[in-house]
Design a protein around this ligand. Structure first.
Ligand code: G4P
Length: 534
């Protein structure tokens, strides 16, 4: 029997995983898909990755450096819920991309390495979640290795993130002595079955054993570990707050689960917690016909926004896929959607991303992400709706911290390079500026690694050899204000201005001293480090 729009929307859980590189995000992703029945054997996500890599050379940089550059989405159904797991790039140079992906998530899983606790990138990503009031479930990973004292880990979360911590489980030792964890809500013991990392066996969920002395638990778990667990779990139950669902939803409290992604432990418990506690698609603030409005997931009209563009998923076809996160309504294949600037799209071939495949999506609901193939009509931040008069706030472009002049080795190929850079800039990973004077193309990025990725991609996808040289500018700011004053400024400062990919005016300064001086001199204009796309 088919479900109604409110029922479908209410069973969606759209979430992202945030972590510091190496904490275990990839391993956890794979094991969540495994626990959710989306893949049969751990290792298949990577295996599929391998296949894709052979067809797309730029992935080489991911393989060489062990980082994942592009974000994607994986959809699976489990215990009546539909999960949309948004994958975020882990490397710090790609934080802007990650930021945008988080705008499409309703909640997040924070993965911590049990030996390392909060690391710099965790903190940065957490701050993005806090900015958007995204509730967080914490997964303390790698308990099968020597870990910090759980009280210390939780205290660090509490202090560094100013979050109340409520353990749902309490671990029994760590490393070689790791035996499992106690479910603090039911009082049961979840037994850790030590499997080899490459074991084909993967238990559905941990075996649960009552801790009331009525069974042989003591035969199966080192008594000294059990004794220690009884003591520390009692301290935890007494000293730490009880889980409060409302407080979690408001972003004040994080429930904590311990486990080992690599050994398939705690992953089912995490998935159940996401199903039970994580919020379904949240209301979205929007502007409709110039009026502020809140779009609710059950609203009839299909609305949503593009949070990511990926070009050349298939290098032979020069395709572009816009990742569309649905905010309201029931989407049907073949629907006509409009951007707020009036562009009309017939969505004939929307894609759904399953763990191992892409499929044509006949229907999709709030919380879902579908890929819309297009030839450059869509930009990151575009709102799409049936009526065409909906705008969403809050998907910013950030001023790049590094600017480089792009130069192609073969001067005859200048036009080709322009096309390649424009198309890659449309993905939003890098930015492209055209100074008012001359024919330079200035590429801006948040981190240096992005230039390497660009170089590889321009070579692999366009057959061009590009160099990124020092540019005469180091600072970029978007300029806005009264049209006449803006024109006058652009006219007077031709050597220090230009336009971005959308043709919007940009100030290009030598350094921050230069920028501050110019800003002081032009108090009527606004110079901003972010540009919100509306
Ligand atoms: P990331 O995506 O957050 O960067 O982390 P990833 O999953 O790639 O994990 C980083 C390393 O930590 C990997 O080891 C992985 O096997 C290991 N790991 C992940 N979860 C656990 C766990 O629960 N317990 C233990 N002991 N290790 C874990 P690697 O040696 O860097 O890579 P690999 O050669 O094993 O793939």
């Amino acid at each position: 029997m088919s479900l109604s729009l409110p029922e479908e929307a209410a069973r969606r859980r759209t979430f992202a995983i945030i972590s510091h590189p190496d904490a275990g995000k990839t391993t956890l992703t794979e094991n969540l898909l495994l626990a959710g029945g989306a893949i049969r054997l751990a290792g298949q996500v990577a295996a599929r990755g391998e296949r894709r890599r052979t067809s797309s050379d730029w992935m080489k940089i991911e393989r060489d450096r062990g980082i994942s550059v592009s974000a994607s989405v994986m959809t699976f159904e489990h215990e009546g819920n539909m999960f949309n797991l948004l994958d975020t790039p882990g490397h710090e140079d790609f934080s802007e991309d990650t930021y945008r992906t988080l705008t499409a998530a309703d909640s997040a899983i924070m993965v911590l390495d049990a030996a390392k606790g909060i690391e710099p990138q965790t903190l940065k990503l957490f701050e993005v979640c806090r900015l958007r009031d995204i509730p967080i479930i914490t997964f303390v990973n790698k308990m099968d290795r020597e870990a910090q004292d759980p009280f210390d880990i939780l205290e660090e979360v509490q202090e560094k993130l100013a979050l109340d911590v409520a353990p749902l489980y309490w671990p029994a030792a760590s490393g070689n002595r790791f035996a499992g964890m106690k479910d603090l809500r039911t009082g049961e013991f979840c037994l850790f079955k030590k499997l080899a990392a490459d074991s084909k066996e993967h238990p559905d969920a941990a075996e649960r054993i009552k801790m009331d002395g009525s069974n042989s638990l003591a035969d199966r778990v080192d008594p000294s570990v059990l004794e220690e667990l009884e003591l520390t779990a009692e301290l935890a139950a007494d000293g730490l707050p009880e889980f409060d669902h409302q407080s979690y939803l408001e972003g004040h409290m994080t429930p904590v689960i311990f486990g080992s992604a690599l050994r398939h432990f705690g992953v089912h418990e995490l998935l159940s917690a996401i199903g039970e506690f994580a919020p379904p698609p949240r209301p979205q603030k929007a502007e409709v016909k110039g009026n502020e409005k809140v779009i609710e997931r059950d609203d009839k009209q299909v609305t949503g926004f593009i949070f990511k563009i990926q070009a050349n998923m298939d290098p032979n076809h020069r395709d572009r896929v816009g990742f569309f996160r649905i905010s309201s309504g029931e989407f049907k294949r073949g629907m006509k959607l409009k951007t707020s600037s009036g562009k009309l799209l017939n969505v004939h071939n929307p894609m759904m991303f399953l763990a191992q495949d892409r499929e044509i999506a006949d229907q999709a609901y709030p919380g879902d992400v579908i890929g819309i193939p297009n030839h450059g009509a869509l930009r990151v931040g575009d709102a799409l709706s049936e009526s065409g008069d909906v705008k969403f706030a809050g998907i910013p472009n950030f001023a790049p911290e590094l600017l480089r002049r792009a130069r192609v080795k073969d001067p005859m190929k200048q036009k080709h390079l322009k096309k390649a850079l424009e198309s890659l800039a449309e993905e939003g990973v890098t930015q492209l500026f055209r100074p008012s004077i001359g024919s330079d193309m200035i590429v801006g990025a948040v981190g240096a690694l992005q230039f390497e990725v660009m170089k590889e991609r321009v070579a692999a996808e366009y057959g061009l050899e590009v160099e990124f040289e020092t540019a005469p500018y180091n600072v970029a700011r978007w300029i806005s204000g009264d049209a006449d004053k803006l024109d006058a400024f652009m006219d007077k400062n031709k050597s220090q201005s230009g336009t971005d990919l959308d043709g919007d005016p940009v100030y290009l300064g030598k350094d921050s001293w230069d920028a501050n001086y110019t800003m002081d001199k032009n108090p009527d204009l606004r110079f901003t480090t972010t540009k919100e796309r509306l």
